[in-house]
Design a protein around this ligand. Sequence first.
Ligand SMILES: [Zn+2]
Ligand SMILES: [Zn+2]
Length: 95
Amino acid sequence: MEKRCELCERSDIKLTKHHLIPREEGGTEKDIVMICSDCHRQIHASYSNQELALRLFSIEALKSDEKLKKFIRFIKKQPASKRISIAKSRDRKCK
Ligand SMILES: [Zn+2]
Ligand SMILES: [Zn+2]
């Protein structure tokens, strides 16, 4: 199966697990999507876990959010091998 980021849709890229609903907000294993680490870092740099749980608990919601839409447009054009530095990353991880 081809590995593809569910957000930016780049393939051949290392994917990480993102909890659409953070565990601390009651998320379960069912709420996991596979996205690349660039998208993942961007999500957590842009939104708090609470915002994610309340508003951005689906791929569609994330994709249509203004902040992320811009990022996706940009990241789509970047080669998967390039390391993108994300401004103001809080480096939050979902566990
Ligand atoms: Zn991505
Ligand atoms: Zn995450």
